[in-house]
Design a protein around this ligand. Structure first.
Ligand code: GLN
Length: 474
């Protein structure tokens, strides 16, 4: 294994001093990828292309014409479009489907001379918390290969944690970046809904979905964020809110006397493991000692978040996934004589179990007889959850919590019990329900050396503040 420097600043300075080139960097990552094939991270690898692009960027660097992400090598979750490359979404349905265009986030990375080294595994259509729902097989956690890396962007987290690239683009609907970041001991950011264009991200639940970033440190995440953020005319929900220089913002200091931090009473009740509880409390103590105001707050609607999240996202998914019919995209069933039979068979053969479960649940909660009882009620609960946050952010500037109730669980441990799996998302789904930004930063390890993260949630569009606060933690 090559021990490649894990920050963009270090990489850039080695390139400047002539000790490293982009080409040798990419080759080292490729070696690391090949040496760790058993982790099952990549669905497609752009090896020769990445090397070639690295050479071009080396030339640009020599000529002083390189963009601000020169030397940054990314992996991309396989629900995000990279032109002319497979876009499988971890599904049999799309196992032969190639994207016709770049996602806006990808396009913006490339414009600043980032290198994309390949597309990585994930739960099918980003539905899952363990990366065990992929048609391409499960992914292993590099810290302990008998454990899950988290999901759905599990392989994105592993690619960064196992030094196969510097950063990764993932996606979130309910915690799919923060939870794997927590399980793999790295940093993961989900920005405010609308901060990053969703154009080119395959839709799961459109009012929740967002693209986000995995990295080893807050500065790198800030750098990628400032490149991919901003209005995009191809996504009407993208925001024209000002894009800041998040990387340099992340290095500024707070005056602790001016900042109030809340920890959520309801999050420290049952279900939270002792190791994580102790670790988060220790971090809160550190912040108190630095002079921050740290106080208990309440989010009374916390008890509804899992139900609300699963009702609403399944409803949206059942509608979004109706486009997969065997006609327009991907694999078509060969065992049908009539058109309707072809739709049914293609969907029956193409989707995995968890995706089918959610489509059925979503169709049920949207059906005429149950719409009011489930979907409409879910919308009302979402409003209550949002209001809880609005109220909380009148009292405090940031909310700190565990990212996950436990450290990484064993492969196979929860796959037969969807409810136990869904409960993993208890601290993360709220930020997606409310549309606010949230970050998970490494916060410690349990007695077996398994990492866990600390989550910081902030006000809409306060990504700069989140990154600054993250620096206070690690
Ligand atoms: N684990 C959650 C789910 O299965 C979150 C998924 C996501 O954020 N894409 O829905």
């Amino acid at each position: 294994m090559h021990s490649i420097p894990q920050s963009h600043k270090e990489i850039t300075s080695l390139i400047k001093s002539g000790e490293l080139t982009c080409e040798s960097l990419v080759r080292q990552y490729l070696d690391n990828i090949h040496e760790q094939e058993d982790l099952n991270v990549f669905i497609s690898l752009f090896d020769s292309e990445a090397v070639e692009r690295a050479r071009e960027i080396d030339k640009k660097l020599k000529d002083g014409k390189a963009g601000k992400l020169a030397g940054a090598v990314f992996s991309v979750k396989d629900v995000i479009s990279v032109k002319d490359k497979l876009l499988t979404c971890g599904s049999k349905f799309l196992s032969n489907f190639e994207s016709l265009y770049n996602a806006t986030a990808v396009e913006r990375l490339l414009n600043e001379d980032a290198i994309i080294i390949g597309k990585v595994n994930c739960d099918e259509f980003a539905m899952g918390s363990s990366n065990e729902n992929s048609y391409f097989g499960h992914v292993k956690n590099p810290v302990d290969k008998t454990r899950v890396p988290g999901g759905s962007s599990g392989a994105s987290a592993v690619s960064v944690a196992a030094n196969m690239c510097l950063m990764s683009l993932g996606s979130e609907t309910g915690g799919s970046i923060r939870q794997p970041a927590s399980f793999c001991g790295i940093t993961g950011l989900k920005a405010t809904y609308g901060r990053i264009s969703r154009f080119g991200l395959v839709a799961f639940a459109s009012s929740f979905d967002s693209i986000g970033i995995f990295g080893n440190n807050n500065y790198d995440i800030g750098l990628a964020l400032e490149v991919i953020s901003g209005f995009d005319e191809r996504d009407s929900t993208s925001s024209d809110h000002k894009v800041l220089n998040y990387a340099s913002e992340s290095e500024k200091n707070f005056d602790p006397k001016e900042i109030r931090i809340g920890y959520v009473k309801e999050y420290f009740e049952e279900g939270l493991s002792d190791a994580v509880r102790t670790g988060i409390n220790e971090k809160l103590d550190v912040l108190r000692k630095k002079g921050f105001t740290v106080k208990e707050i309440s989010l009374p609607s916390s008890k509804y978040v899992i139900q609300t999240y699963y009702i609403l996202t399944c409803a949206e998914a059942s509608s979004n996934l109706s486009r997969f019919d065997g006609v327009r995209y991907g694999v078509r069933s060969e065992n049908s004589d009539a058109v309707e039979e072809m739709y049914v068979n293609s969907r029956s053969e193409g989707f995995g179990e968890e995706v089918k479960r959610r489509i059925m649940l979503g169709t049920y909660v949207l059906s005429a007889g149950y719409y009011d009882a489930y979907y409409r009620k879910g919308q009302k609960a979402r409003t209550l959850i949002r209001k809880d946050f609005e109220k909380a952010f009148n009292e405090v500037d940031y909310i700190i919590s565990p990212t996950t109730p436990t450290t990484a669980f064993k492969l196979g441990e929860k796959i037969e019990d969807p409810l136990a799996m869904y409960l993993n998302d208890i601290y993360t789904v709220s930020a997606n329900l409310a549309g606010i930004p949230a970050i998970s930063v490494p916060a410690g390890q349990d007695k077996d050396g398994l990492p866990f993260g600390l989550q910081i949630m902030g006000k809409k569009f306060d990504e700069a503040g989140l990154l600054k606060m993250a620096n206070e933690i690690n």
